[in-house]
Structures are given as structure tokens and as C-alpha cells.
Design a protein around this ligand. Structure first.
Ligand code: CTP
Length: 392
């Protein structure tokens, strides 16, 4: 079956980002039928999208090209979804009311039941915060339409705030998810990711170099496979993946408390976080001062709770652990799996894994070792999710 989406473009300056999104889709083997509103063509020409998508672009409700029937019906049939990038405040208002006064709004209204519609709002912060816009966004969500973002930051108008469109790579994550088989439908996942921070005094912490990339990739892959995902994350610079609920924490104790709360009713716990094994016992309420007379300074450490070992004792919860080892990776990992009493452990070399976009992992379970060749963390995450699904 051909992979195909309908990409709707409405009239906002963020329309230029839809070019990059089209390129990402085409590169991934997804056919893109671009439909532009009249206002969108004021920002970018249809010829640009035709060149990128290598397919004709639709702009006119009265276009006679569709041989079988009418473009407003046929273009969406057989497509995995309609994705509006960018979606203006005006276009969202039209969707809320079922208005159909141009090709794009008409084909949104004419799509079949259950056919996904996703919108990426992009507008000035004041337009975004206005009561009518907020009311319309709430209504779109209620109608089952996926609202992607928006993010926050510097805007084309020079103002700063909410209403900035998500980046093409983030929107692409939502599109990839449209095509993933829903092998985890009805399952609830709790995933920890990133480093923890253990404070020494009000401004200093002990932490590690985990970037959170592996944990976030697993959360994205689980959500794309239809799972309900809670991601409990230490401090990272990563965007929350599509369809994932994120809980931000700092210390190992905060992470433990968040996990204890989140696992009620969950089916799977994946411990990817690089949790600090110790916290500072002699935390100083005051910022520590350099003392010339005492060149040495001792920080006392106390052990943190082992979150994964606790989770492994919870009935009905399938636990997956990670072992980041610097030496004797597989032997140490196998011992760790037995010690923590968990069905599935992912072994990797700490030096290769931390902060990198790629990794090399071995899955270890009762059936033995399953090495996965070196690859992008996003691809490894999908393979891990398929393996977990087969064990449930
Ligand atoms: N982990 C956890 N809570 C901790 C420490 C670790 O949930 N307080 C989880 C990690 O998320 C990972 C696994 O346990 O899934 C392995 O952690 P690691 O630090 O590699 O192993 P340790 O059990 O701490 O053993 P060691 O430090 O001896 O390697």
C-alpha cells in the first residue's frame, strides 16, 4: 500500500516551513498531495511544492483535473490523514463551524469518519491568546482533531510568546505515527528518561551527561504504536514527542515519587533514565563559600532509592531496564537483569550511548541475547517497542 498524506497549507508566514516538511515526507517514502488556500499562495508558490512533492498541487475547488469525480472528495480518499501546516486562526475557526468555502476547508469537511485531521497552529501571540481562538482550539480537540503545539518563542512579527509553529521535524513525528501499526493499543507505558540532578547547595548539582534521546525516542515509538505514554524526565533540551504526557523532575527522589504515582494501572515500565545512585547527604542551604584555609572539601553521599528494583516488585507491571556499562557490557548486564529481577534488559556501552544520536544495543531476556546492529536511536526504539509488544 502506498503511504500518502494530504498536506493542507493556509496563509501564514510559517508556510515556508511546510517546504521542509514536504521534503522530510518524500525522503521517508510518503507521497504528499499538497492543497493550498488562496492566501497560502501569496506566501509560497504552488510550483515550489510541486517540485518538492513531485506531484500536482491543488488550489482550486473548481479544478477539473480529478478524472473520476471531484477533487474535494477524491484527494483525501486512501490518504492516511490530512495535516494542516500552518493552520491560521481563521482556518481553525472555519473547521470549528464546518465552513466549506474553498477546496481545503471543503475536503476537510468531506473526509470519511475516523480519518485523522491534524493542525499545526501558527500565529501571533495575541491572536493565539484571544478568547475566540482558545475556544476554537478547545472545540477542535473535542471534535477529535489533533492540535500539534504550538510552541513558544520569537515570532516573525517581532513579538515573543505562544503561537509559534512547531518545527518540521516535530510535525514529521506526528506524520510518522499515522503509519505505525497500532500494536500497543490499549496499553499504558511509564518511561523514565534523561539525567537526574542532585543538589549540593542552592546553585550547584551533581548530574551526568545523559541527553534523554534514547528515552524520548522510546516514548515516541510507544505512542506511535498506540500506547498511552507518561514520560517522566530529568532536565533535557528535547521536545516532548507527539502524543506523550511529560512529567518534569530533577532529583532521583522526585523521579521515584512521580513513577510511584504514574504506574498505577500501567502495563509497562521502561527505565531509561540515568538515575543518580547517590544524593548529597550534607546539602547546604547556603551557597558554599571557598575557604582558603581548607583547600579540600568533602561532599557526603547517601544512596537513592532504586526505582527500577521497586517497579520490578509491582504485580502485573512488565519492567524493562537499561544497563550502561563501560566494560564487560554483556556479562555485567546479565548479572544486573538477575539482580533487579526484570524480564527484559537493554545493554549498551556507556561511552557509545550517552549524548549520541546513534547507539548499539543488545536485548537480554529469558530467551538469551538479541543484538541489534548500530543505528539511529529512533530506529532502535521502534525495534525495542516491537520486542516489548511481542512479550505482552
Ligand atoms: N535505575 C533506577 N533507579 C536508580 C538507579 C538505576 O531506576 N536509582 C535504573 C536505570 O534507569 C536503568 C537501570 O536501573 O534502567 C540500571 O542502572 P545502572 O545505574 O546502570 O545500574 P545500577 O543498578 O545503578 O548498578 P551499577 O551502578 O552497579 O552499574
Amino acid at each position: 500500500m502506498n503511504k500518502r498524506i494530504v498536506l493542507g497549507i493556509t496563509g501564514g508566514i510559517a508556510a515556508y516551513k511546510a517546504c521542509e516538511l514536504t521534503r522530510l515526507c518524500v525522503k521517508a517514502g510518503i507521497e504528499v498531495d499538497v492543497v493550498m488556500t488562496e492566501a497560502a499562495t501569496r506566501f509560497i508558490t504552488p510550483a515550489t511544492f510541486q517540485a518538492l512533492a513531485n506531484r500536482p498541487v491543488w488550489t482550486d475547488l473548481w479544478d477539473a483535473r480529478e478524472p473520476k469525480s471531484m477533487a474535494h472528495i477524491e484527494v483525501t480518499r486512501g490518504a492516511a490523514g490530512v495535516v494542516i501546516v500552518p493552520a491560521t486562526a481563521n482556518f481553525m475557526a472555519k473547521l470549528v463551524h464546518g465552513a466549506a468555502d474553498d477546496l481545503l476547508s471543503t475536503l476537510c469537511l468531506a473526509r470519511q469518519p475516523g480519518s485523522p485531521l491534524l493542525v499545526a497552529p501558527a500565529m501571533n501571540v495575541e491572536m493565539w491568546l484571544q478568547t475566540p481562538t482558545q475556544r476554537n482550539v478547545a472545540q477542535l480537540r473535542e471534535d477529535g482533531i489533533t492540535v500539534m503545539g504550538p510552541g513558544s518563542g520569537a515570532q516573525a512579527c517581532g513579538e515573543i510568546g505562544d503561537g509559534r509553529m512547531l518545527e518540521p521535524a516535530q510535525i514529521f513525528g506526528y506524520i510518522e505515527a499515522l503509519f505505525a501499526p497500532k500494536i500497543l493499543k490499549g496499553k499504558r507505558f511509564v518511561i523514565t528518561a534523561g539525567p537526574t540532578e542532585e543538589p549540593i547547595d542552592p546553585v550547584r548539582v551533581i548530574t551526568n551527561t545523559s541527553s534523554g534521546k534514547m528515552g524520548y525516542s522510546i516514548a515516541a515509538a510507544a505512542a506511535a504504536a498506540g500506547a498511552e505514554v507518561t514520560l517522566i524526565s530529568g532536565p533535557t533540551h528535547l521536545d516532548t514527542p507527539a502524543g506523550v504526557t511529560k512529567v518534569s523532575v530533577k532529583t532521583a527522589k522526585e523521579m521515584f515519587a512521580a513513577v510511584q504515582q504514574a504506574v498505577t494501572g500501567a502495563n509497562v515500565f521502561v527505565a531509561v533514565a540515568a538515575v543518580a545512585d547517590y544524593h548529597v547527604a550534607n546539602y547546604s542551604e547556603r551557597k558554599l563559600k571557598k575557604d582558603e584555609r581548607h583547600p579540600g572539601l568533602t561532599i557526603e553521599l547517601e544512596q537513592n532509592p532504586d526505582i527500577l528494583a521497586w517497579a520490578a516488585q509491582q504485580k502485573g507491571l512488565f519492567c524493562v531496564g537499561f544497563a550502561a556499562e563501560s566494560h564487560d557490557v554483556l556479562v555485567n548486564a546479565e548479572a544486573k537483569r538477575k539482580r533487579k529481577n526484570i524480564p527484559l534488559l537493554v545493554a549498551n556501552k556507556a561511552q557509545d550511548a550517552f549524548g549520541q544520536d546513534e547507539n548499539e544495543i543488545t536485548l537480554i531476556d529469558d530467551a538469551g541475547r538479541h543484538p541489534l546492529p548500530r543505528g539511529r536511536k529512533a530506529d532502535l526504539a521502534r525495534e525495542l517497542i516491537t520486542h516489548i509488544a511481542s512479550k505482552l
